[in-house]
Design a protein around this ligand. Structure first.
Ligand code: SAM
Ligand code: SF4
Ligand code: F3S
Length: 450
């Protein structure tokens, strides 16, 4: 019987991409995927620790797996990803959950085959956490998520040390992949049928600074813009401090880079931004938004926001609400500040009461939902090019796709349209998605079939 694997991924797209590599390595070792966790011979939990809730989810799943291990002592349960990189975490996992026999981190994903081999040989737990990052390992196998969009990690780590954030501690310093490796990967993805790439990094705007000779994110976008057969390029995440004029110009002039800017602002108060170590002010952020809109008037702008950062007063919070009104974001991910041990903000005075945080986030969500709805209402009657992603999971009679501005559109169509660029006229608008109908009067760009 072919051995089976099951991977549970928590957290952001960087983890999704790492899980594709874990899957690729397991397949090369002869394992096949299974969606049924109780049929797996190896289960991996690729974890996140950005907020406590993320960690709690992982602990919950670990607990649930104990019974499976009792039933099948040969089952290998492993944990990897950001959570395991925290000090003392490997020991804590082994103590609290001895049924988890494999523990590794974010810097040695490529070592999975050896670690699994070791467990099988020695039949005892293997813990291998690297405290610092090694060099980037290219050409690892990978079993990608099927669809029209592929993730491409362009850089690892983060040097920003925003005072609330644990990512730099668990993902190490910034390391960029060479542009030739990235362009080759993207060209291969196109030949496999992918239409869109999502370039990943914690701060893609500092891409290339560590390379010799130095290069910039804008240079990379220019190289990828001419990859034949590729329809769209997206990227995540941009740091507002490092978004320079040249990058805006390159995006404005490019054919494939989508007009969607995810620019996490986090807060509207200069005092709070300073304490967060974000390196920009409310005014400079607004100036950046103004520049983007001057060059690309139809651009959509989305953001991340944190409420209840230590010392945030009612006045500070009002600055965030005011910023929302001024920018009129298309969407926002909103978070309640969560203390992360080892980060400077965890030690700051003026921690905000939970009740106040809850009231603030509610106010923020209500305001943002109104703005999102109004922005979407303004799309009524407009025609957008959408890249069709597949059948809508909620209503199998509908197809779904995204505009270049990253708005989800549902429309009546057929599964064969998946992977095509079609023109759709917007007929209804909601907070989270738009409804539309095929606009047959407009010719659609043709692409090779999937
Ligand atoms: N590198 C990206 C950036 O700079 O925006 C995103 C990193 S993080 C994975 C995604 C979001 O989580 C952040 O933008 C921030 O809003 C939120 N976040 C990070 N640490 C947090 C914390 N301790 N409490 C609440 N939200 C947090
Ligand atoms: Fe965290 Fe800031 Fe780095 Fe984003 S830029 S990963 S928020 S430290
Ligand atoms: Fe979480 Fe790590 Fe991503 S902490 S958000 S999985 S970089």
């Amino acid at each position: 019987m072919t051995p089976k694997y099951h991977i549970m991924t928590f957290g952001c797209q960087m983890n999704e991409r790492d899980s594709e590599i874990l899957a690729g390595m397991l397949q090369e070792m002869g394992y096949q995927p299974t969606a049924e966790v109780n049929r797996a011979d190896i289960i991996l939990l690729n974890t996140c620790c950005v907020r406590e809730t993320a960690e709690n989810k992982v602990w919950g799943r670990i607990g649930e797996l104990k019974a499976l291990k009792s039933e099948n002592p040969d089952l290998i349960i492993g944990i990897c990803g950001c959570m395991t990189q925290q000090p003392e975490m490997a020991a804590k996992v082994r103590r609290r959950a001895p049924h988890v026999e494999l523990v590794f981190g974010t810097h040695n994903v490529h070592r999975l085959p050896e670690l699994v081999g070791k467990i099988k040989e020695e039949r005892q737990a293997v813990v291998d956490i690297w405290e610092t990052e090694g060099s980037i390992v290219e050409n690892l196998p990978s079993k990608r998520i099927e669809g029209v969009r592929a993730y491409v990690t362009i850089m690892y780590g983060c040097n920003n040390f925003c005072t609330y954030c644990i990512v730099p501690y668990v993902r190490g310093r910034e390391r960029s992949r060479h542009p030739e490796d990235i362009t080759r990967e993207v060209a291969e993805l196109v030949s496999e049928g992918y239409k869109e790439v999502m370039l990943l990094g914690q701060n893609v705007n500092s891409y290339g600074k560590d390379l010799e000779p130095g290069t910039e994110f804008a240079d990379l976008l220019q190289k990828l813009d001419i990859v034949d057969g590729l329809a769209r390029i997206r990227y995540m995440t941009s740091h507002p401090r490092d978004f320079n004029d040249r990058l805006i110009d390159v995006i404005a002039a490019s054919e494939k880079v989508c007009e969607h800017f995810h620019l996490p602002v986090q807060a509207g108060s200069n005092e709070v931004l300073k304490k967060m170590n974000r390196g920009y002010t409310k005014e400079s952020y607004l100036e950046l938004v103004g520049k983007i809109r001057a060059k690309i008037p139809h651009a959509s702008i989305t953001t991340d926001l944190i409420v209840g950062f230590p010392g945030e007063t009612d006045d500070d919070f009002r600055e965030t609400l005011d910023l929302l009104e001024q920018v009129r974001f298309d969407a926002a991910f909103t978070f309640i500040y969560n203390k992360r041990s080892g980060t400077p903000a965890a030690e700051m005075s003026g921690q905000v009461h939970d009740q106040v945080k809850k009231e603030r986030i509610q106010q923020l969500i209500t305001l943002q939902n109104r703005i999102s709805q109004e922005n979407n209402l303004a799309q009524l009657g407009k025609t957008h090019e959408i890249l069709v992603e597949g059948v809508n999971s909620g209503n199998p009679d509908l197809m779904e796709g995204r505009t270049r501005t990253n708005k989800l559109v549902l429309f009546g169509g057929t599964p064969e349209m998946t992977g095509k660029l079609l023109k759709v006229r917007i007929t209804e608008s909601g907070t989270w998605h738009l409804d539309g109908e095929l606009d047959l009067s407009k010719s659609s760009r043709s692409l090779p079939p999937l």
